[in-house]
Design a protein around this ligand. Structure first.
Ligand code: AHR
Length: 512
């Protein structure tokens, strides 16, 4: 067992409100996410409500998903919304050209997606097609969704069963336009963004926000050149941008379920390096937008392992272990730490694709360890993030993660994977601390020190497996699950907890 790890919590040092959207999600028409994952034949054998799988709805509802991005991803720049409205039997059969030319029956379109969001209580976030679409196509989609009064498009929406506008607020304009969304230069994209954004109309009681495609990873060049281009010309066009969306996939080390302890550390370190991506892009944006009117978003994030053997390569199906859960927890902890700088973050993706929360097969549905992290971290949503300092000792540089850790644009504050990483938030005198024991094989004793306050009785819940490669399968769906709550007592401003190896913990207490 390693030394005691001290975590100092400063409840009076407030960072900002943890916008619930920092716990957001992403659902793309890719592999078996939408078809079979979320949507099934309404008249088929799998229990559903109007085509939406009941087991998936039941599993996701308790997470209080704040926002859901759709329909892509790369798919967004090849999607034509008209294909997905009207009588299902009449909708065209297309090919999903980014994802293995899979048949796209368009049975899940605007109305179906909005029903899914409503069933979950999630805010819909649409990604519009810039790469192969037109401003007219996008503006007509907005009118179809948001116009309350009379027009041919709002009549069509009503004829399709929706009397009142959907009032979609968040509109991404293109996706990865430096790559699958058109291979554009940042200057070209900036011009296209402005052209499209001009026609993203606001209707009464339906405010809209335009979200621009941001960089991949630590591509400072994209961010700098995009904003420089917006400043060119006779007016400052940054006012046309409400959100700027970066992507950060920390990749893999080994494979989804096959890795050793070095690879464990490497992947966790890469996950931790999201810190530099956020700090770097925000610092760059601050040069152009010092009042932070443009919200920084992490539109896609998560692990990306080789596809599960036996599954189609284009479906991006992967298993998900306690290692993925620790990456998710570390990432959410970093997001909380940047509550004043980051506004939304959407893990990729919801079901059956990449770092999924749920895996479904036939009529079965299981929760992954990553699902349980979102469940455990829920109380942070909407609370005020407060500073948590952990001993700055580095347990590992991840055997090659140094390159990833160079993601920081301004080397203001070094960061590295810590023995115990975490975050803290407060709401109504109630403290929530979440922690990851990053050691895959040894437990660690953490000492929480609450600066200027005392611990009341605390509730501790944790997520751990018997082994650092543990995961859930259709045969053993609950191998990795949350512990039963345990009650702990502190001594004044101190509390000690024995954190199991490779685990994620949550401690909640009333402060006095
Ligand atoms: O999430 C899978 C893909 O990753 C998305 O379609 C794309 O935006 C990113 O490259």
């Amino acid at each position: 067992m390693s030394d005691v790890q001290r975590l100092v919590i400063l409840p009076n040092e407030q960072i900002g409100r943890i916008h619930p959207h920092l716990h957001g999600h992403f659902a793309e028409h890719l592999g078996e996410l939408v078809y079979n994952g979320v949507w099934v034949d309404p008249d088929g054998p799998i229990p559903n409500r109007g085509g939406l799988r009941l087991d998936v709805l039941d599993a996701l509802r308790p997470l209080e998903i704040p926002a859901l991005r759709w329909p892509g991803g790369c798919f967004a720049d090849d999607y034509h919304w008209r294909d997905g409205v009207g009588r299902r039997a009449d909708r065209p059969l297309r090919l999903n050209r980014h994802w293995g030319m899979a048949p796209e029956p368009n049975h899940f379109g605007t109305h179906e997606f909005v029903s899914f969001c409503r069933a979950l209580g999630a805010e819909p976030y649409f990604a519009a097609n810039l790469g192969s679409g037109t401003p007219t196509e996008m503006s007509q989609w907005v009118e179809y969704c948001n116009h309350e009064g009379d027009s041919t498009l709002s009549r069509e929406r009503r004829a399709n069963g929706e009397q009142d506008p959907f009032r979609i607020r968040y509109w991404g304009i293109g996706n990865e336009n430096w790559g699958c969304g058109g291979h554009l230069s940042p200057e070209h994209y900036a011009e296209e963004y402005c052209r499209f954004r001009t026609f993203l109309s606001e209707y009464p009681k339906s405010p809209v926000e335009g979200i621009a495609c941001g960089p991949n990873n630590a591509d400072w060049d994209w961010t700098r050149r995009f904003f420089t281009q917006l400043k060119r010309g006779w007016s400052d066009r940054t006012r046309l941008v409400q959100g700027f969306a970066a992507h950060y996939y920390c990749g893999t080390s080994g494979a989804a379920t096959e890795y050793d302890t070095n690879q464990w550390y490497e992947l966790l370190s890469r996950g931790r390096a999201v810190d530099g991506v956020i700090a770097g892009h925000r610092a760059l944006m601050d040069e152009f937008d010092p009042e932070r009117r443009v919200k920084l978003i992490l539109d896609e994030w998560g692990t990306w392992h080789p596809v599960e053997p036996g599954k189609p390569r284009s479906g991006l199906y992967q298993q998900n272990t306690i290692r993925d859960a620790c990456v998710a927890a570390i990432s959410l902890d970093v997001f909380h730490d940047y509550a004043d700088a980051l506004w939304m973050a959407n893990i990729a993706q919801l079901v059956n694709v990449l770092q999924a929360l749920l895996l479904v097969q036939g009529d079965r549905c299981i929760k992954t360890p990553t699902y349980h992290v979102f469940d455990l971290y829920r109380p942070h949503q909407g609370a005020t993030a407060v500073r948590l300092l952990s001993a700055a000792d580095t347990v590992s540089d991840g055997g090659g993660s140094a390159g990833w850790c160079r993601t920081r644009y301004l080397p203001a504050r070094p960061f590295a994977l810590r023995a115990v990483d975490g975050s803290a938030s407060v709401v109504g005198g109630r403290l929530c601390v979440t922690m990851v024991n990053t050691n895959p094989v040894e437990s660690v004793e953490a000492e929480l020190h609450l600066h200027g306050a005392s611990f009341g009785e605390a509730e501790w819940v944790y997520l751990a497996g018997a082994d650092y490669r543990d995961h859930n399968t259709f045969e053993q769906p609950d191998r990795v699950r949350l512990s039963a709550p345990k009650m702990l007592r502190g001594e004044g401003d101190r509390m000690r907890i024995q954190l199991p190896p490779a685990s994620v913990s949550r401690v909640r207490t009333l402060m006095s």
